[in-house]
Design a protein around this ligand. Structure first.
Ligand SMILES: Cc1cc2nc3c(=O)[nH]c(=O)nc-3n(C[C@H](O)[C@H](O)[C@H](O)COP(=O)(O)OP(=O)(O)OC[C@H]3O[C@@H](n4cnc5c(N)ncnc54)[C@H](O)[C@@H]3O)c2cc1C
Length: 365
């Protein structure tokens, strides 16, 4: 089921089967001057169906939101084999309960999607990318907070800590000085080059005020790809450090990001395992990687993760900004979700899947 069934410029809508790779959909609509914004770092291999099931976020969440914001309707096969159609191809609909939103992010536990109707936008004509490095671990996050507070709206604000920087040092065109302890990748887009350059200058001033060591600006596609190469390489490059990583994706209110990073550093000292942080700073979404070399370190890693979840929730955040609960986080659900809320979720699951055949064990233990 890997076909794009329709790209309708007149309705700003695409209809696709769930096996379409996200980047294929993006490139197909771009040929028509249209834009499908959800952009997980996995877009070159993630399926549209998988990203709808996970409500994937990604690199452009700050300005454009997440997958949920671009799904107008679904065809879904229920546990009993019946086919359900939700939503429609109009931009708005408040007819009855919003089953589309219930299904998006349901992790394959309620139904199997067989056709997906996506909302599109006009493709921005100008893009500008900036990369700044900082001498302190909080530097990139503090700069990101000031950018957001300054009413600027980049499409991406990506943070990397010192360990990430060392791991990706050889990738692409990004050049980090040895004293860099964090960096921030900022991408602005729009339809008016002059206003974009004006915003870029404001971002650069903010980075300088926050003590930036280096500032690079890329305008053309090749130079932009060079700066992004380091960001896209983070996940695989971390294996240079340790054999295994326990990768979580907490999300906290944006003003609490620096505090969360300091708390993670404290947990790192207490648990004696290296923790690498990067993520979507504009969304408050930190990818926390507890690095593990030996199997006997795993219980300590799980303990570290539990403490990180507890701190994230205490700061007003969540266990998962975009990866979902799945199997790995099911036992931690009650840190965030109360008893009554959990019971409501389980009742919904029982309504759609009374015999429990759809992704058993996922979300709920
Ligand atoms: C290197 C890397 C980078 C990543 N970066 C990001 C990122 O920036 N942002 C982000 O949000 N996520 C990211 N992810 C995780 C991301 O959520 C997944 O890549 C993507 O959302 C899942 O797509 P998939 O095709 O891999 O799905 P799969 O892993 O195949 O499936 C995911 C879940 O969805 C269910 N599912 C799949 N298809 C359907 C369907 N048709 N109907 C119902 N259920 C279905 C499956 O049963 C499974 O439970 C990253 C992952 C990797 C490995």
């Amino acid at each position: 089921m890997d076909r794009i069934l329709e790209i309708a410029s007149s309705d700003l809508v695409a209809v696709a089967q769930p096996g379409v790779v996200v980047s294929h959909l993006q490139r197909a609509v771009e040929k028509e001057g249209l834009f499908y914004p959800p952009d997980p770092a996995s877009s070159e291999f993630a399926s549209l169906g998988g990203t709808v099931a996970e409500c994937a976020g990604g690199l452009r969440g700050l300005k454009y939101g997440v997958t949920r914001d671009y799904i107008l309707g679904l065809e879904a096969v229920l546990a009993d084999g019946n086919i359900l159609r939700t939503g429609c191809r109009a931009l708005k609909s408040v007819t009855g309960y919003d089953l589309t939103r219930l299904f998006v992010g349901s992790e394959g536990t309620l139904a199997v999607f067989t056709e997906i109707t996506c909302k599109l936008l006009p493709l921005p004509s100008c893009i500008l990318t900036l990369l700044a490095s900082f001498p302190a671990i909080e530097g990139g996050l503090d700069a990101a907070s000031v950018v957001v507070a300054s009413r600027l709206l980049p499409r991406a604000l990506e943070y990397m800590d010192e360990r990430c920087i060392r791991c990706v040092d050889d990738y692409g065109d990004a050049h980090f000085p040895p004293e860099a302890k964090s960096c921030l990748l900022v991408e602005l887009d729009g339809f008016d080059e002059e206003s974009l350059v004006r915003d870029a200058k404001k971002v650069e001033r903010i980075c300088r005020d926050q003590g930036a060591l280096t500032l690079e600006r890329a305008v053309d596609t090749k130079a932009r790809d060079g700066l992004w190469a380091a960001r896209r390489a983070i996940s695989p490059s971390l294996y240079r450090m340790s054999a295994k990583k326990v990768n979580e994706d907490i999300c906290v209110p944006r003003s609490k990001m620096s505090k969360m990073i300091r708390e993670i550093q404290q947990i790192e000292r207490e648990m004696g395992l290296p923790i690498v942080n990067f993520g979507h700073a504009g969304d408050g979404n930190i990818h926390v990687n507890v690095m593990v070399d030996k199997e006997e370190e795993m219980p300590r890693a799980r303990d570290a993760v539990k403490r990180i979840f507890q701190r994230a929730v205490a700061l007003g955040g969540t266990l998962s900004g975009e990866h979902g609960i799945g199997l790995a986080k099911a036992s931690f659900l009650s840190i965030e979700v109360g008893e009554r809320e959990l019971e409501t979720m389980k009742n919904i699951k029982a309504l759609f899947d009374p015999t429990g055949i759809l992704n058993p064990g996922k979300i709920f233990v």
